[in-house]
Ligand binder design. Structure first.
Ligand SMILES: *Cc1c(COP(=O)(O)O)cnc(C)c1O
Length: 432
């Protein structure tokens, strides 16, 4: 292989792609491809599941039931159109899965209408922007430094829809939209859609107050609950629709614990119809129905679980945050008890920023990612490490285990411990 595959990728990506391609060599025989693929699948589960501690906030380990319902036969069968009116005949059982997933997701989120055909939360946001705003309209979103997601910003979905994007005023002390500045801001920019909900959600948004201002400005309020969907499903942390959001979008595989995908829920039939039209026939023809059975099971489990799982995730986040602080790390929002969700943030600017710190912790078998902080220097790299406890909770790491992990994080980041030595201890903790 002589041509670089993606010469436009950033240097670190090009180096990694070249490294993997060189390891593969020129043997694309079925036997070799199957062997390499199997090894990667097994290695992935070993690294993150059996031997590592995964604190990455945007992930989860599905329950045994959810896992058991992933099915290659259904996943490889395209499905197009409404149940009862599909382009293909013979998909009567897919009809059942579609209705089951929409019913369970709507029920667990307390919403009448659930759009579950969309393959990611980014596409869910694009569908909502397509349905609710015309090219040239303005939408107002959280600043990226306050956790506003790429799919809310001009580089993502709104850019594809040709929307103008403005940053909502943000109150750093309140860690929320600046409610005092909001009415004048909305009057000036006249957005069609206002989006709240972020990639770091330590504390709830004050949705009722935002809705009041949004109503006076004649806009629609969208809450992106991608990270907190599992908490909302357990009626914990906050309930965006009940509190006044017109529409809620979310990822189905983060705290929600389902398969990768997106969903959109609302009680407003008129908005739901416009969103549905954007999804089909707008953004989907055939789609992968393999997500539906595991999604329905994740929703049903959340209904039956009645908040026990989100409670455990939140309790783990609060105790882990205290452990990290006790170990000497600079945990964000110490003045407010660190967190009310399953998220924790650690200021890592002393270690070269969140990404640099995450790389060192990965060498120790502890996996997570960086996130910006609203009060950081905008020119500096993302200042913090973001932690989510949803996977360690599912895997039963426990309070004592997490206390150990907090000490190991401090050993690596503050005390110059050898990551390989720590990695061996992590593996032992995981029983591998
Ligand atoms: C993760 C995330 C998304 C994107 O979800 P995908 O399913 O990966 O597209 C959207 N919005 C927010 C706030 C997120 O954190």
């Amino acid at each position: 292989m002589t041509q670089p595959l993606v010469p436009w990728a950033p240097p670190a990506a090009r180096a990694r792609i070249d490294e993997v391609a060189a390891e593969l060599g020129d043997d694309l025989s079925v036997a070799h491809v199957a062997k390499v693929a199997r090894a990667a699948i097994d290695g992935h589960e070993r690294r993150l599941g059996a031997e590592g501690i995964n604190l990455y906030a945007g992930t989860n380990s599905p329950s045994p039931l959810v896992r058991s319902l992933f099915d290659a036969g259904v996943a490889s069968r395209p499905s197009m159109g409404w149940p009862g009116a599909k382009a293909q005949t013979g998909l009567d059982d897919i009809d059942v899965l579609e209705v089951l997933a929409a019913r369970t997701v709507g029920a667990v989120m307390g919403a009448v209408h659930a759009e579950i055909r969309i393959q990611s939360a980014t596409f869910a946001n694009l569908a909502v922007f397509t349905a609710l705003a015309e090219p040239g309209d303005t939408i107002a979103v959280l600043p990226e430094a306050a956790g506003g997601h790429n799919s809310h910003h001009a580089t993502g979905s709104p850019g594809i829809r040709g929307l103008r994007v403005v940053d909502l005023p943000y109150d750093v002390a309140a860690r929320d939209v600046d409610l005092a500045a909001l009415p004048a801001f909305l009057a000036e920019h006249r957005p069609t859609v206002v989006v709240i909900g972020a990639s770091l959600m330590l504390f709830p948004h004050r949705v009722e107050a935002v809705r009041e201002a949004v109503d006076r400005a004649g806009a629609v309020l969208v809450f992106d609950a991608s990270h907190i969907a599992g908490l909302v499903a357990g009626r914990r942390f906050q309930r965006p629709l009940k509190q006044g959001a017109h529409v809620m979008t979310f990822s189905t595989y983060k705290s929600f614990g389902g398969p990768p995908g997106g969903a959109i829920v609302t009680d407003d039939a008129a908005l739901a119809e416009r969103i549905s039209d954007a999804v089909y026939p707008g953004m989907t023809a055939n789609y992968d129905p393999g997500r539906l059975a595991p999604l329905a099971a994740a929703a049903a489990e959340a209904i039956e679980d009645d908040g026990a799982y989100p409670d455990a995730c939140i309790a783990a986040a609060r105790s882990f945050a205290a452990d990290l602080a006790a170990a000497g790390l600079d945990v964000v929002a110490a003045d407010r008890g660190f967190t009310e969700s399953h998220h924790v943030a650690v200021d890592a600017s002393a270690f070269g920023g969140g990404a640099a710190a995450a790389v060192r912790l990965a060498e120790a078998g502890i996996y997570l990612s960086a996130i910006a902080l609203p009060d950081q220097d905008p020119a500096a790299p993302e200042a913090a490490l973001r932690i989510g406890t949803q996977e360690v909770t599912r895997r039963g790491v426990g309070t004592a285990g997490l206390r150990q992990v907090a000490r190991w994080c401090a050993d690596v980041l503050l005390h110059g411990a050898d990551p390989a030595t720590v990695k061996a201890k992590v593996r032992e903790l995981r029983g591998a």
